[in-house]
Design a binder for this molecule. Structure first.
Ligand SMILES: [Zn+2]
Length: 315
């Protein structure tokens, strides 16, 4: 875990990050790009309380946040879009794949999961531990009003903002938001700092390619989806993690181990101090799907993955 402050941080002239330590499950980052009176919000947060707190802080500190014209959801995980209800007047932009994924996991799904958790044994206790701090009841799902495939160029005032779809990797429809003139990129969950990444979709090789695309950008500041602001060194570190993981996982797959057995045996030295170590089993499962010639989420069952993570986390 890395120590960093909660709240607004100015990343470049008129470009802000909203950071939520410790960056673990659900504690995601967001961003605001401004030019004159215009603003674009990168992601909302996991529930209405957190999103409202962020929007209030932005409006107090940044005049352009008074009326947010555009919201980009970097991907479909709820900690990046369940707060959309509070910016419902804005244009809400996502990749078309992410928009489809959002409809498959409405906030009511998580509310139901948390409500059922007390009867679900070890996995239920784990779900309560990682999601119990958030309030999913009563959220109205607000979906993107505009979708795209590949790339989309927007402007905020006179400032160009480029959306690039780099998934499937973390999820099917991952998008990064680059502000070339300010030398900043918001990566969504293609980058975690201080915690393990989680490969919901994959393949892992495609995530590595996505990180290469980010490394090729002419940027100084990199705002991850979780964790403190970083630069390209942070991107290179995650790339090295995935390369090391695939190398280490392959012989265990050849030996016929299950993802859980393999994850118990694996040790990724560079990730020794990272949070959410139980995600290793999900990432190993993604490697195994790739070795078997599969791609995307073929064969990945989310409840099995949570059960395996609960087992690896030790309750
Ligand atoms: Zn995510």
């Amino acid at each position: 875990m890395v120590d960093y402050d909660k709240g607004l941080a100015e990343v470049a002239d008129g470009v802000w990050a909203w950071l939520q330590p410790d960056g673990g499950w659900g504690w995601s980052n967001a961003g605001l790009v401004t030019d004159g009176g215009a603003s674009l919000l990168v992601d909302t947060l996991f529930d209405l309380r957190l999103t409202g707190e962020m929007l209030d802080a932005m409006r107090r500190a940044i005049p352009a946040a008074a009326r947010i014209g555009t919201v980009v959801n970097t991907h479909a995980n709820g900690d990046h879009c369940y707060g959309n209800q509070l910016v419902a007047g804005a244009d809400i932009v996502a990749s078309s794949t992410a928009a489809e994924e959002m409809r498959r996991t409405p906030a009511a799904t998580l509310a139901g999961l948390v409500a059922a958790a007390p009867g679900l044994g070890d996995v239920g206790a784990y779900l309560q531990r990682i999601f119990g701090s958030f309030q999913f009841e009563g959220i109205t799902d607000v979906y993107p009003t505009r979708t795209f495939d590949g790339a989309l160029d927007l402007t905020v005032g006179d400032t160009p903002v480029r959306l690039l779809e780099l998934g499937p990797a973390h999820t099917g429809g991952d998008v990064v938001v680059e502000v070339p003139s300010r030398r900043v990129v918001f990566t969504g969950d293609l980058l975690f700092i201080g915690g393990h990444p989680i490969v919901w979709a994959g393949p892992v090789s495609h995530w590595v390619e996505a990180l290469d695309r980010i490394l090729a950008m002419d940027v100084d500041a990199v705002v991850p989806g979780h964790g403190p602001i970083t630069d390209k060194a942070g991107v290179r570190e995650l790339r090295a993690y995935f390369v090391e993981l695939e190398e280490a996982a392959r012989p265990l797959w050849q030996d016929g181990l299950s993802p859980l057995e393999a994850a118990r045996r694996l040790r990724i030295e560079r990730a020794a101090g990272w949070g959410e170590a139980e995600r290793l089993v999900v990432n190993v499962a993604a490697c195994f799907r790739g070795f078997a010639g599969g791609s995307g989420t073929d064969g990945a069952d989310v409840m099995t993955l949570f059960s395996d993570m609960a087992a690896l986390a030790g309750g």
